[in-house]
Ligand binder design. Structure first.
Ligand code: PFF
Length: 513
């Protein structure tokens, strides 16, 4: 079938690989991964992690690239309309709404956290950040910055949020080739450069405290990587590994689907998808694994490093790392590189989270990109406000749960079953191989047809029993936060319904054509 209207396209092959890798390489690589690995058996975590990569991550990457490119041929860039081209079913397009809703929900909080990084990069330069030398003082600064603790002043954070939001909007406004591709083509090499410099600095720390020579970088690497194989029988570890794979690769949510819809008919998806995935794994395992945990070990020792990892990814990134930089020569410079690295990793991910909503308005309401971005920006800006002002009441965690965990696994399951079972494995295989510069090994037919969906259904079921049900019943929500969490849930339902109504309007409006 012919194209209905000219759509934007990526400029170069390396451009889209960089853009997808840009979406994948994010805060998840440098903060979430090391914490997950430390808490789930160290080196042994890499077994479920790589199995999940091979059985879930890579197949989903190929599936999403192929479905997205297929939808783009019909002028569609978002799941409700692409799903409809794969299978005519009245209800299916409403399941596809998750592919716009999920990324938008993640975007709402991700961009706010991204803006903290800009703020912290700024305070690294002014020297204000490294003036704090104790964990209490550094933590106090973070809380005050977030508007939560004594002496708090949320307006500084708000200012950096406005700047970050404006930069994101501007990039989206400039379009696929002139905006997103342009950004990723310079931000990705820069980000890798910064990460290599920081990793090299950390790996050359030796034993920074001469009084305790055991607190050295080799033992720090051992602390992260020494395997504890006993964890392999624990299903929680497998869930954590699969969850990390989804989140870090940005698969199973709709962003890559939209990016791939800007490909042309015969563009390769197999090698490109694999390259983007491999780039992400290098950034995650090699670079992400060489920075925060080994550094924390060298300065804080085994107990301190375990405590730091236990206190979560944000504490590690915003409290422990600046404290460490404060204790090495040229600390301001390294702190700046660290926060700049994370900011670049963040922005190349946040634009990918915004693009499905932009593409939806643009493709289905036939607006030009500039108008679509203005409309998106107004709506997204309003939606961000609760995350900023009610952070202390658990709103961000709630958004992360529904967008970053629930929607992700659910959407991945739907798109996999749809593509390999309903659209059909033979057609799916042919679709993936059109223009392919690499043949997928044949045993992947079996994996994609049986193993990937079974693994996904298992995760969905298991995870629902373990986390979903208690969360649904708000078991661990503190009483004073209940109204905020309830309001967030009502808001999310309304958002979902609003998108579904827009999908319906767009669908029936264009149907007679
Ligand atoms: N992959 C990003 C990270 O590792 O930080 C986060 C992310 C971006 C998740 C885009 C999902 C997504 F669609």
């Amino acid at each position: 079938m012919a194209e209905q209207k000219p759509r934007e396209k990526w400029g170069t092959r390396i451009g889209i690989i960089m853009a997808v890798a840009g979406s994948a390489v994010g805060l998840g690589n440098f903060l979430r991964f090391p914490v997950q690995a430390t808490q789930n058996g160290g080196g042994a975590f890499m077994i479920p992690y790589f199995i999940s990569f091979l059985l879930l991550g890579i197949p989903l990457m190929w599936i999403e690239w192929a479905i997205g490119r297929y939808g783009g041929l019909f002028g569609h860039g978002t799941a409700p309309f692409i799903f409809d081209k794969l299978w005519k079913n009245r209800a299916l397009k409403y399941l596809g709404v998750i592919g716009i809703f999920g990324p938008l929900v993640i975007f709402i909080y991700y961009i706010y956290i991204e803006s903290w990084l800009l703020g912290y990069a700024f305070f690294s330069v002014t020297g204000k950040l490294l003036a704090f030398t104790t964990p209490q003082a550094m933590k106090g600064f973070l809380l005050a910055y977030q508007g939560l603790g004594p002496g708090s002043n949320l307006w500084t954070a708000y200012l950096f949020f406005l700047i970050t939001f404006a930069v994101n909007s501007w990039i989206l406004y400039r379009g696929i080739k002139g905006g997103i591709e342009w950004l990723c083509k310079w931000a990705m090499p820069l980000l890798f450069g910064f990460a290599l410099i920081i990793a090299a600095r950390v790996l050359s720390l030796g034993a920074p405290n001469p009084l305790v020579p055991d607190w050295n970088i080799i033992n720090g690497l051992g602390f992260l990587w020494n395997p504890d194989f006993s964890v392999l029988t624990n299903s929680k570890v497998w869930l954590a590994a699969a969850g990390q794979i989804f989140f870090t690769l940005s698969v199973g949510i709709g962003c890559i689907l939209t990016y791939a819809s800007y490909l042309s008919h015969g563009d390769d998806v197999v090698l490109s998808g694999l390259s983007a995935g491999a780039t992400n794994e290098f950034a995650e395992v090699i670079l992400g694994g060489s920075i925060v945990i080994p550094a924390a070990f060298a300065f804080l020792g085994p107990i301190g490093a375990a405590e730091a990892a236990q206190s979560g990814a944000f504490n590690l990134g915003f409290v422990t790392m600046p404290l460490i930089f404060g204790r090495i020569p040229l600390g301001e410079l390294f702190a700046l590189l660290w926060f700049a690295l994370l900011f670049l990793a963040g922005i190349t991910s946040s634009v990918s989270l915004a693009e499905p909503a932009v593409a939806f308005v643009r493709d289905e309401f036939k607006l030009d990109r500039k108008k679509a971005v203005v409309l998106f920006s107004i709506a997204a800006f309003l939606l961000c406000q609760p995350a900023i002002f009610f952070l202390g009441h658990g709103v961000v965690d709630e958004l992360d749960f529904w967008g970053g965990t629930f929607a992700l696994v659910l959407f991945a399951t739907i798109e996999t079953i749809l593509f390999v079972w309903i659209f059909g494995m033979d057609k799916a295989w042919e679709e993936m191989h059109r223009g392919a510069e690499l043949n997928i090994p044949r045993f992947y037919r079996f994996i994609m047809k049986y193993i990937t969906p079974a693994f996904l259904l298992f995760i969905l079921g298991f995870w629902f029993i373990q986390q979903g049900w208690p969360t649904l019943l708000m078991k661990s929500v503190a009483a004073e936060n209940l109204p905020y969490i309830l309001a967030t849930r009502v808001g999310l339902i309304l958002l979902f319904v609003a998108i579904a109504i827009l999908v319906r309007i767009a669908y029936y409006r264009r149907k007679p054509e």
